[in-house]
Design a protein around this ligand. Structure first.
Ligand SMILES: Cc1cc2nc3c(=O)[nH]c(=O)nc-3n(C[C@H](O)[C@H](O)[C@H](O)COP(=O)(O)OP(=O)(O)OC[C@H]3O[C@@H](n4cnc5c(N)ncnc54)[C@H](O)[C@@H]3O)c2cc1C
Ligand code: SF4
Length: 305
């Protein structure tokens, strides 16, 4: 089990820094709208009421039950919430015609609660980009070129890009036959993720291909401020992975958001990254304390009976 803290749905401001405060307003309303539309698409509706989860006599979903108990332990059970997720919760394993877009989308399969959503859904239950935006984009004539990494972007002729751009690409990871090609485009939208976008644009600026890019590039890059904590359950038969990857969360204080994340039944390789929390100390004393404690794993079950 991995709990983590982050600000995605924190009730407080996203940051005290002025620039982030400015961004927080529109970001907050846009993300609330996106979350609403995701939950309209598909949620685990019958099981969403907090009380029902906390009182679940069968404890069928151990992870969320343990998290609920933990929230109760901290006196914040009222902040405990089921996570809205974009997953099709029909009959487990049964494929049905598209239930979302009037039949125009791809078929979906009922979620089997294997907990492997973080590494991609093998069943076809999770609502992914491939199953909504890209599915429809291709049918509307968009050509999607896979295995294609952009290495450079240059304006064609006019420096302001008014005449379009040249985009250099290669096959990512290839040492030989890199498949270099250049595509021309009237306009370019760079959406290569937080790190990929910054790296590509910084390269274009430094090489002089896009010299007009602002010097502020990369100044406000941040992660979503998560701390990952591994928690080992006392007995594998409790099957804490048996649910969707992120099923519930709570707020012990206005700035902290704790949620349970599982990588699925066979996803325990991550446990090799965990070690004992030893509290205060130095680089020398903390490893020594961990060794002295014997078992190099965090071991806690969040108050399970
Ligand atoms: C571990 C993890 C857990 C997360 N959990 C959640 C969650 O539970 N809920 C949530 O809402 N959000 C979550 N997020 C955040 C969410 O995944 C991101 O905000 C979202 O995916 C960003 O979408 P994007 O399209 O901007 O970028 P990405 O999804 O990162 O897509 C960028 C794409 O660009 C490609 N690319 C990069 N460089 C190049 C290049 N030079 N040329 C061509 N292609 C390139 C990349 O391969 C990638 O496919 C999580 C993120 C991480 C890393
Ligand atoms: S738990 Fe996640 S990965 Fe497993 S079937 Fe459901 S959506 Fe797919």
């Amino acid at each position: 089990m991995i709990t983590r803290s982050g600000g995605r749905s924190s009730p407080s401001t996203c940051s005290t820094r002025a620039a982030w405060r400015l961004a927080a307003g529109p970001w907050r309303s846009a993300s609330a709208t996106a979350r609403r539309s995701a939950s309209t698409l598909s949620t685990d509706a019958p099981a969403r009421a907090s009380a029902a989860v906390l009182d679940d006599p069968t404890k069928a979903f151990v992870a969320r039950y343990a998290l609920g108990r933990l929230a109760t332990h901290f006196g914040v059970a009222h902040t405990f919430n089921r996570t809205p997720v974009g997953i099709y919760f029909g009959e487990p394993g049964k494929a049905v015609p598209d239930p979302y877009f009037g039949g125009a989308g791809p078929q979906r399969t009922g979620c089997k609660r294997c907990g492997a959503c973080m590494v991609g859904c093998r069943e076809g239950a999770k609502n992914t980009l491939v199953k909504n935006y890209l599915w429809f984009a291709e049918r509307k004539g968009v050509e999607i070129i896979p295995d294609c990494e952009v290495t450079d972007i240059r304006p064609l002729g006019a420096a302001d890009g008014s005449l379009g751009y040249e985009v250099d690409t290669v096959r990512p990871g290839a040492w030989l036959r890199r498949g270099s090609r250049t595509i021309t485009a009237k306009g370019v939208v760079v959406a290569a993720g937080a790190l990929g976008t910054n790296r590509l644009l910084a390269g274009c600026k430094l090489r002089g291909s896009l010299p007009r890019i602002s010097d502020r590039l990369g100044h406000l890059v941040r992660t979503n401020s998560e701390s990952l904590l591994g928690v080992t359950f006392p007995d594998d038969r409790l099957a804490p992975w048996k649910d969707v990857a992120i099923s519930a969360s709570f707020h012990p204080d206005p700035d902290t958001h704790i949620e349970f994340v599982t990588y699925g039944r066979h996803g325990d390789f991550m446990s090799n990254l965990t070690t004992l929390l030893t509290g205060k100390g130095t680089r020398v004393t903390r490893p020594a304390e961990a060794l002295a404690a014997g078992e190099p794993r965090v071991s806690s079950c969040g108050g399970l009976p």
